[in-house]
Design a protein around this ligand. Structure first.
Ligand code: HEC
Ligand code: HEC
Ligand code: HEC
Length: 430
């Protein structure tokens, strides 16, 4: 018996090791790449924006693509790597083959498995041409000598070989295959949404091992302490999204009936604002085909801000309203209404909250994040909306009463469970 068990066990272990083993790809001489094809590199730059490569591979205040951004995960903290062509600390000695293998199979040049915090489960769909253009772009940028801090994972997750098991279970390496029954724009959109755009990485729920639940695609997920709302037919947006609204929101980060992109979505739309408009509208076209959600028939539309309507100035409401008895409504009237009902223009005018998915959505996370922290003024050149944070002036009780009021009376939905937890989390992670 023992012998049989041992024999079966060692065959299984050998099989696992065989599967887990990836061969190193020899380093190249950095000079041997030559000058990358200019057109390829230019196309690659746009693909890098679609893939948010800079968002993850740049530390706050650091050089673009030089890595070192800390990414907290439920399993430990991982740091993004340097993907500039520096020969010592970046990918300067990586051949095109090694780079493409990393993108599609999550294996580094030396054959080590990479953590799926790098969304290769999506990038695996990228076409040969696009993968090559990305390589040409990364070989064309300035090399930066910089190494990320070591990852902080506990045993056994710090052993990269364990990732082979994760991949066996969850990684389906397959290029995108166009659906001939759909038009070209739809296929382009799906290719970008599922591939480089990795929209599902945030917008789909994950299982206990951190893999996306493909059976529940786009039913809403978590991202860096924010809720990435359900999209498509599970969307909770009060006004259902259509293709035109999606196009405008993705290209500009805002839409009059849907508000503005916040949290990690703000980075996504910053990147999308710089790519070819045709790519953004293709993504919107595909997403719109996933359905609409139910919406609400009774949402108050924003009052038109036609000519002749003067923007309100802070503090210039007609009269101080008498405060309602409901404590949540009282806070709303005293603190929020002047901006959210004033029909002021951006950057200080907020939308009618009855239109916001933050109030109608699946969890209180985003509403609470916004109330506690506000929307900081943009540090870059772009004009962003500004909202003060109220974490210091409202206590937990006032914030949860406010959330209950907005939820039941403004969104017309059942109050959330878990508001207290969301408040504690927003306060703990400023
Ligand atoms: C959501 C965050 C995220 C995005 C988006 C992302 N990466 Fe990464 N990437 C990572 C992390 C984290 C690692 C390190 C994984 C590890 O150490 O196991 C990594 C590793 C890599 C590696 C392996 C480098 C090495 O030295 O081992 C390459 C190559 C790479 N990324 C390229 C890209 C490209 C190209 C894009 C854009 C198309 C991109 N990444 C987008 C997070 C990201
Ligand atoms: C890094 C995580 C992340 C990625 C990647 C991401 N999103 Fe989002 N997305 C979010 C979060 C978080 C929100 C909620 C933001 C807010 O409160 O404004 C959001 C909001 C949205 C909304 C608004 C939904 C609503 O009802 O208000 C749309 C539409 C959207 N994302 C589309 C996309 C598309 C398309 C992609 C891929 C190109 C994408 N997202 C990629 C995190 C992400
Ligand atoms: C000084 C003006 C101002 C005040 C006061 C203010 N907000 Fe805002 N708020 C804004 C602006 C500007 C935005 C961004 C534009 C938008 O998305 O509506 C915003 C956005 C929001 C959003 C996201 C809407 C979306 O889906 O895009 C929510 C939710 C929100 N505010 C809630 C509140 C609550 C609750 C209060 C009271 C505690 C409040 N705000 C007070 C200006 C303000």
């Amino acid at each position: 018996m023992l012998f049989v068990v041992l024999a079966v066990g060692s065959v299984a272990a050998a099989g696992a090791l065989f599967y887990a083993w990836e061969t190193p790809i020899p380093p190249i001489e950095p000079q041997s790449v030559g000058a990358p094809d200019r057109d390829d590199a230019k196309r690659g730059a746009s693909l890098a924006l679609l893939g948010d490569c800079a968002t993850c591979h740049t530390a706050p205040g650091g050089a673009p693509y030089a890595g070192g951004l800390a990414m907290p995960t439920p399993f430990g903290t991982i740091f993004s790597t340097n993907i500039t062509p520096d020969p010592q600390t970046g990918v300067g000695r990586w051949s095109e083959q090694a780079f493409i293998r990393a993108l599609r199979a999550g294996v580094d040049r030396e054959g080590r498995h990479l953590y799926p915090a790098f969304p290769y489960d999506h990038f695996t769909r990228v076409s040969d041409d696009d993968a090559k253009a990305l390589y040409a772009f990364f070989m064309s940028i300035d090399p930066v000598n910089s190494s990320p801090p070591p990852n902080q994972f506990l045993f056994p997750l710090n052993v990269r070989l364990t990732l082979a098991g994760w991949k066996l279970l969850f990684l389906r390496q397959a290029r995108f295959v166009a659906d001939p029954s759909k038009d070209e724009t739809w296929n382009r959109g799906k290719y970008l949404v599922d591939g480089l755009g990795h929209c599902g990485a945030c917008h789909s729920p994950r299982n206990l091992l951190g893999a996306e639940r493909t059976s529940a695609s786009f039913e809403g997920g978590e991202a860096e302490g924010w809720r990435a709302y359900a999209l498509g037919r599970s969307s909770r947006s009060p006004v259902p999204w259509d293709e035109a609204a999606l196009t405008e929101y993705l290209a500009t980060g805002a839409h009059a009936q849907h508000g503005t992109a916040q949290g990690p979505m703000a980075n996504v739309v910053d990147n999308l604002s710089l790519v070819a408009p045709a790519d953004v509208s293709a993504m919107a076209h595909y997403l719109a085909s996933l359905g609409k959600g139910e919406g609400r028939s009774d949402v108050k539309m924003p009052a038109s801000s036609g000519p002749g309507r003067l923007p309100q100035v802070a503090g210039a409401q007609a009269a101080t309203p008498t405060l309602p008895a409901d404590p949540g409504q009282a806070t709303y009237t005293a603190v929020c209404a002047s901006c959210h009902e004033g029909d002021r223009p951006l950057p200080l005018g907020g939308m009618r909250l009855g239109l916001s998915t933050a109030v109608a959505g699946e969890t209180p996370t985003n509403l609470i994040n916004l109330v506690v922290r506000g929307i900081p003024a943009s540090t870059g050149g772009t004009s962003r909306p500004i909202m003060p944070g109220f974490g210091d002036v409202l206590d937990d009780r006032q914030i949860s009463d406010l959330a209950d009021y907005l939820r039941s009376r403004v969104a017309g939905k059942r109050q959330w469970d878990g508001t207290a937890k969301a408040i504690a989390e927003a306060r703990a992670n400023p």
